[in-house]
Design a protein. Structure first.
Length: 85
């Protein structure tokens, strides 16, 4: 069952990547007039998906640092309040 789920997920990611690659290649061909071979469509699509994942991870990394910083500030404030009060 796990292999079937993994196969389905990977097929979905491949389909999305192929579709994105076709759209980008079509856009490049219509703008520049250069004929791009179909063999590169999948590579372009997968690189776009990887780029999106990396961008999401980078945003999540920054958000996590903000949460950690706010947590430390709140802990320090709590300790100072305990020391004063």
């Amino acid at each position: 069952m796990a292999e079937d789920l993994l196969t389905t997920i990977l097929a979905f990611i491949y389909t999305i990547g192929h579709w994105i690659g076709e759209k980008i290649v079509g856009l490049i061909q219509s703008v520049s007039g250069v004929i791009i071979p179909q063999s590169i469509v999948d590579a372009i699509g997968m690189l776009v998906i990887l780029t999106i994942f990396l961008a999401i991870a980078e945003v999540a990394k920054k958000a996590i640092w903000i949460v950690v910083a706010v947590g430390w500030v709140l802990i320090i404030v709590r300790i100072v309040i305990l020391m004063i009060g």
